[in-house]
Design a protein around this ligand. Structure first.
Ligand code: PLP
Length: 394
């Protein structure tokens, strides 16, 4: 008997495509393997090393035998450290395998099919897909360059429905670099005070990469503390993307439910990485300010370089390490490229430069260029872009 075995994926996966960031990175890798000279400025990963103090702490933890299953919600030491940082009790914290898992835990723990999650665009690519995976409905609200890429209170009010469960905010933002002021956060908070069914997820993973004053959402909207989940972690500020430690800070009942989810998916986050994260949090602020100053200089280089190119308008990002220029003037019939995705594919083909199309972040007509690369690589990227654009019909 000849039985054909077919893989059948779950319905909840049907609307989730391979991320455009992964697609462009894979194409860049394939071209490189063919011997092409490729420069990828597409990844959101700091180019600094993990601080040696952190690596030493991990080494010590391993030698001391911190190698068993850690408690599901995190080691008492790291939870206490995170609780102190955020001014909450340890029961209001959950340590996860990266900030991404915190977000997934929250959505899986709270969404019922059809529940809506408001996501201002441009947004970090995973938000909408995590919501879909949890069988929720992402309600994407475009917040363009004219609004500083930020959600305003009127647009928020207009998007709220009886099914709205969460609003996902991200400041500083990946990919736009937008940073909400205390007043802007507070105005959003005032709207939500009238809608008690709605919770706020405030992704503050780029807290220490802000070139303008940073505000944490609960401080700006204290009336919403009982329904706010702050997401943060060590990945970006201490160059620890591979250590996979992030945390959530929120009401104890939510944290308990998120811990149930995590307990059935991964259990506690890596014990050695948790010891390393404690060491990172215990380091002084000097390392953070040194790295911030370095990124600021690179930001200025990139913004000035991009803004000077024909057809490109680059606003100044207030935080994170991405430029998100408008390339609308490079698109259209005259140039033979209708979309940002075509533009990025053309750029990779003609100049070997890989950047990510804005549509990957829910905002077509832009691309994202990461400046978490060396000055030489940034200069090389700008010059490739200049050459490519120079070849376009005027
Ligand atoms: N949130 C934002 C806005 C990000 O840009 C990223 C990573 O790119 C994450 C969360 C995920 O962080 P982690 O690597 O700690 O999972």
């Amino acid at each position: 008997m000849n039985i054909e075995i077919q893989h059948r994926k779950a319905r909840r996966l049907s609307a989730i495509a391979l991320s455009e960031i992964v697609q462009i990175s894979e194409k860049a890798r394939a071209l490189k393997a063919q011997g092409r000279d490729i420069l990828a400025l597409s990844t959101g990963e700091p180019d600094f090393p993990t601080p040696p103090e952190v690596i030493e702490a991990a080494h010590r933890a391993a030698l001391e035998g911190q190698t068993g299953y850690p408690p599901t919600a995190g080691t008492p030491t790291l939870r206490a450290r995170v609780a102190a940082k955020h001014g909450v009790a340890p029961e209001e914290t959950l340590i996860s395998t990266g900030a991404k898992q915190v977000i997934a835990n929250a959505m899986l723990a709270t969404l019922d099919p059809g529940d809506e999650v408001i996501i201002p665009a441009p947004f970090w690519t995973s938000y909408a897909d995590i919501v879909r995976m949890a069988e929720g409905v992402p309600i994407v609200l475009p917040c363009g360059m004219a609004q500083g890429f930020k959600l305003g209170p009127e647009a928020l009010e207009a998007a709220l429905t009886a099914r709205t469960r969460w609003v996902m905010l991200n400041s500083p933002s990946n990919p736009s670099g937008a940073v909400y002021s205390a007043g802007e956060f507070s105005a959003l908070g005032k709207v939500l005070e009238r809608h008690p069914q709605v919770w706020v997820l405030s992704d503050e993973i780029y807290e220490h990469l802000s070139y303008v004053p940073f505000t944490t959402f609960p401080e700006a909207a204290p009336a919403l503390r009982e329904r706010t989940l702050v997401v943060n972690g060590v990945s970006k500020a201490w160059s620890m993307t591979g250590w996979r430690i992030g945390w959530g800070v929120g009401p104890a009942a939510l944290i308990r439910d998120m811990t149930v989810v995590q307990g059935q998916v991964t259990s506690g986050a890596c014990s050695i990485s948790q010891a390393a994260a404690c060491a990172a949090l215990d380091m002084g602020p000097e390392i953070l300010s040194e790295r911030l100053a370095d990124f600021l200089a690179r930001r200025d280089l990139v913004v000035a370089g991009l803004d000077a190119l024909p057809g490109i308008a680059c606003p100044e990002p207030g935080g994170a390490f991405y430029a998100f220029p408008d390339i609308g003037a490079c698109l259209g019939n005259r140039h033979g490229m209708a979309t940002d995705t075509e533009f990025c594919a053309w750029l990779l083909d003609t100049s070997g430069l890989a950047v990510v199309p804005g549509s990957a972040f829910g905002m077509p007509g832009h691309f994202r260029l990461s400046f978490a690369y060396s000055r030489a690589q940034i200069a090389d990227g700008l010059s490739r872009l200049e050459t490519a654009l120079g070849a376009l019909p005027a």
